[in-house]
Design a protein around this ligand. Structure first.
Ligand code: MG
Length: 397
């Protein structure tokens, strides 16, 4: 490891002090806690782009998170960053996603507009800080500061101020994980890396899933310079990939080359930035501009690819139509639970009932409803909707 890698020995620690584990460092322990959490197991039944039941081979939040961890670790190893921390952050980064991907998040956010809103990054933090109930003496997973910092990828200034006000102080008095959104500083290099690994992963796998679903085609992708450069490279190296029955292999080979090129680009650009920055320790990265980055050409290539995916895949009429139904499911579930909280599972129902009778503002009770819905898998949400509303949206096989 390098002098600017996060070192578990120097961690800012956990909110609830615990003895060190005999065989694992603090970040390895965080990773293990995440893998064993309930929220992590639910990721297998949560939408990435395609609804969970639309096909067995599409990415889910779980396989997406594993791909982010794989890419992140391999870049971290080459750059001499802390692989364990990268892995922990990557595996946890999507824990707060609602069912039905961004459609679910948007619907829940508008339902919660009068009660503080809903944001999946904040929810990921809420899952690991409060919602997991596995330990005898505290709520949440009691993760290290550095892991929590990486999980809170984005945060509005308003939310940051609320989080900062409510978070217990760390022993060093340096503020909590939302402080950096107020001071406009950066997170650790490992957290910065997870952000980029996330982007590399979804750009690549959404091309793959998009083509396999038939919603976008290899021909359309030829208009995307970043992809097309690698398609041509693949064809130049393997003439047989031009045969009509080889299109699947051509797709995979092009994506593979593109992925590798993006990884090598991040490594080279980041190493160059690190050489110039000449950091003395991990903390130095927090007060610098972002140091884990694409080179300018790859940044532009990735931007064009993202725009293509937005226009041709995420806004494809078929996807939009399914997502409209998904939003309806979330909205109608919210409406039912907010007036009939006893329809939720026991723990949530009891919590909502006691908040309601305590005379506290309605916000707290609605937050329980949002937590309950956010934790649902796609299929559980669809089944609950059918039970409570009757009609059957989002037909499953
Ligand atoms: Mg992600």
């Amino acid at each position: 490891m390098t002098r600017y890698a996060s070192d578990p020995i120097c961690s800012r620690g956990r909110h609830y002090p615990e003895a060190d584990a005999p065989t694992r460092n603090a970040y390895q322990r965080d990773r293990d806690r995440i893998v064993h959490s309930t929220a992590f197991r639910r990721l297998v039944y949560k939408t990435q782009v395609f609804l969970n039941h639309e096909g067995d081979l599409f990415r889910t939040r779980l396989t997406h998170s594993l791909e982010v961890a794989q890419l992140g670790r391999s870049i971290a190893r080459t750059l001499g960053l802390n692989e364990d921390l990268v892995e922990a952050i990557a595996l946890a980064h999507d824990l707060g996603h609602t069912p039905f991907g961004h459609a679910g998040q948007d619907a829940l956010n508008s339902c919660m507009a009068a009660y503080g809103g809903f944001e999946h990054n904040l929810q990921s933090l809420r899952v690991v800080d409060c919602l997991e109930e596995r330990y005898p003496t505290f709520d949440g997973l009691n993760l290290c500061f550095e892991t929590r910092e990486g999980i809170l990828k984005h945060c509005s200034l308003r939310n940051a101020e609320v989080l900062e006000r409510d978070e217990p102080a760390y022993p060093d008095g340096q503020g909590g994980v939302a402080r950096r959104f107020i001071t406009r500083t950066q997170p650790s290099l490992e957290a910065q890396l997870c952000n980029l690994a996330d982007e590399i992963a979804y750009n690549a796998h959404d091309i793959d899933d998009g083509v396999r679903s038939g919603l976008i085609t290899l021909e359309q992708l030829q208009a995307v310079p970043l992809f097309d450069a690698f398609r041509q490279q693949a064809l130049a190296a393997h003439a047989r990939l031009a045969e009509p029955n080889q299109s699947r292999r051509l797709l995979y080979e092009s994506i593979r080359l593109m992925l590798s090129a993006q990884v090598y680009d991040v490594i080279a650009s980041t190493q160059a930035a690190l050489d110039v920055a000449n950091l003395r320790c991990a903390d130095d990265a927090r007060t610098m501009p972002p140091l884990v980055l694409f080179g300018s050409e790859m940044r532009e290539g990735s931007r064009v690819l993202k725009t293509f995916l937005m226009q041709k895949l995420y806004r494809h009429p078929q996807v939009v139509d399914t997502m409209a139904q998904a939003k309806q499911v979330v909205r109608e579930l919210f409406d039912v639970y907010s007036v009939r909280p006893h329809e939720m599972q026991a723990g949530y129902a009891t919590q909502a009932a006691s908040l309601k009778s305590s005379g506290l503002p309605r916000d707290a009770c609605m937050r329980v409803v949002a937590d309950y819905i956010a934790g649902m898998t796609d299929r559980f949400a669809a089944r609950e909707h059918e039970r409570l509303i009757g009609g059957r949206l989002l037909k499953q096989p």
